[in-house]
Write a protein that binds this ligand. Structure first.
Ligand code: PFF
Length: 456
């Protein structure tokens, strides 16, 4: 029997659909539309996509289920949930540190996430003004280049986006988080379909398809495998407690397996559609798939400049991208906000403002790494790249690994079985994945990347 008696002090979703929408809102974001295409481009396409899909299936979905389950059982912020469940299940106190690492990861991710969301915000106005109409790839590239090299401008957009995030988080679960996802998701889906249809008219659709799905493993390094796995965590918002937090608002008796499959399915479809919209445009215009973090800002505007109703569709696209980023960014600080409310008696408003301001400050370093600080490299990476790499490819998989171990080995079989509400067969499969497959896969990938496996 799921924990009916306990309800989070922060509130509860009105129903199952509300949870699915909110968790999908957290999952679908810049990760799908901005990051997935550009890292796929940088890692050579097909083989990378295949590993990513495998990671979603064997690592992401089991952990998504584990996080929802732990959240619903604990009914508090991840830090307190981990502490409470560890005590309940006879685990060590240090498990609460897992919650801490998640809070830190969310805070760090938000700092640069808001910068990129700021770019999207700026592009709403560029698209609406008709700036892209009739421009060729080179001019579009120049527009992007001069935009990101101007720190004052990007700082202004970063600030606006961070304020937007703080406002929704401050308003709380049902008023803030839930309402904003209900219409946005279906609308985003429709605009993506329009873009994929446009891409199909470029004459280069098959090139895009081949790039994304023809697997050539000779182009795949272990580092690319790590990035594919890291992205599976990032895109499903896993490994840092965001889904655990949302799970804590989940009413009893909703099937965790079903909701997780819906969320992961929607997330994957959006990412693949973004790729299918972008790569044909890349090839049709002789662009470089590996051109990095600016990829969607350099490609999609070409389409908006050429298609009928491009101004309308372009504006709508960037508005929806901002919405998608918004519903994700709120989940990045929700765990920390909930913890401050629970343990320090802060109001949601001051907790959101404090965290938002600190994360905003850190975001300035990412802004500068696209211009004045571009030449400062840490292990060959700019500050922005390093922060993204560290959070997505190290902190989230490490958090996920520990969550899998905790859910599979520390939490008793009876507790997890009851909380899942899923029937015997589904449960057995989940337990097997979360106990063996997921941890072994994550550890193997870590070992390979670090070179330790060769050394052993
Ligand atoms: N899943 C979000 C995206 O794909 O854009 C990013 C994200 C949100 C990562 C929340 C982690 C998180 F906790």
């Amino acid at each position: 029997m799921a924990t009916e008696s306990r309800i989070s002090i922060h509130g509860q979703w009105s129903n199952r659909l509300a949870f699915i929408l909110a968790a999908t809102g957290s999952a679908v974001g810049l990760g799908n539309i901005w990051k997935f295409p550009y890292i796929t481009g940088m890692n050579g396409g097909g083989a990378f996509v295949l590993v990513y899909l495998l990671c979603i299936l064997c690592i992401g979905i089991p952990i998504l289920m584990a996080e929802s389950m732990l959240g619903r059982r604990g009914r508090q912020s991840p830090i307190n949930t981990m502490a409470a469940l560890a005590a309940e299940e006879g685990g060590a106190k240090v498990w609460a540190w897992l919650g801490w690492m998640g809070v830190l990861a969310g805070f760090l991710i938000l700092s640069y996430y808001s910068v990129i969301a700021g770019w999207a915000l700026a592009y709403v106005f560029r698209a609406a003004s008709g700036l892209f109409t009739g421009l060729d790839a080179e001019s579009i590239n120049n527009i992007f280049g001069s935009f990101v090299s101007d720190p004052e401008r990007t700082l202004a957009w970063h600030s606006i986006f961070m304020v937007m995030t703080m406002v929704v988080v401050a308003r709380g679960v049902q008023h803030g988080l839930e309402k904003s996802v209900r219409y946005m998701m279906p609308a985003l889906f429709i605009v993506l379909i329009v873009l994929v249809l446009y891409a199909a008219t470029t004459g280069y659709f098959s090139y895009g398809l081949r790039f994304m799905f023809a697997t050539d493993f000779s182009r795949l390094s272990w580092n690319a495998v790590l990035m594919a796995m890291g992205h599976a965590f990032f895109t499903l918002s896993l490994g840092m407690g965001a889904i655990m937090m949302y799970g804590s608002y989940l009413p009893a008796h909703t099937s965790i397996a079903k909701t997780s499959l819906i969320i992961a399915g929607a997330d994957t479809v959006v990412a693949l559609m973004a790729g299918l919209a972008i790569f044909p445009i890349v090839f049709a215009n002789g662009l470089e798939p590996a051109s990095g973090a600016g990829l969607i800002f350099k490609t999609l505007p070409i389409a908006f400049g050429q298609m009928d109703a491009g101004i309308l569709i372009g504006t709508l696209f960037f508005i929806l991208l901002v919405f998608a980023a918004w519903t994700s960014s709120m989940s990045l600080i929700e765990p920390a906000v909930a913890w401050l409310v629970e343990n320090h008696g802060m109001s949601r408003i001051s907790a959101s403002v404090w965290l938002g301001v600190l994360s905003w400050l850190l975001g300035i370093a990412s802004i500068l790494s696209f211009n004045h600080w571009e030449q400062y490299k840490f292990w060959g990476k700019t500050f922005f790249d390093l922060l993204d790499y560290l959070t997505a490819n190290v902190m989230l998989p490490l958090g996920g690994l520990l969550i899998a171990i905790f859910a599979g080995w520390v939490v008793g079989v009876k507790s997890s079985y009851d909380e899942m509400d899923n029937g015997k067969r589904g449960y057995a499969l989940w337990l097997f994945l979360v106990r063996y497959v997921t941890p072994v896969a994550v550890i193997l990938i870590f070992l390979n990347v670090s070179g330790l496996l060769d050394w052993l």
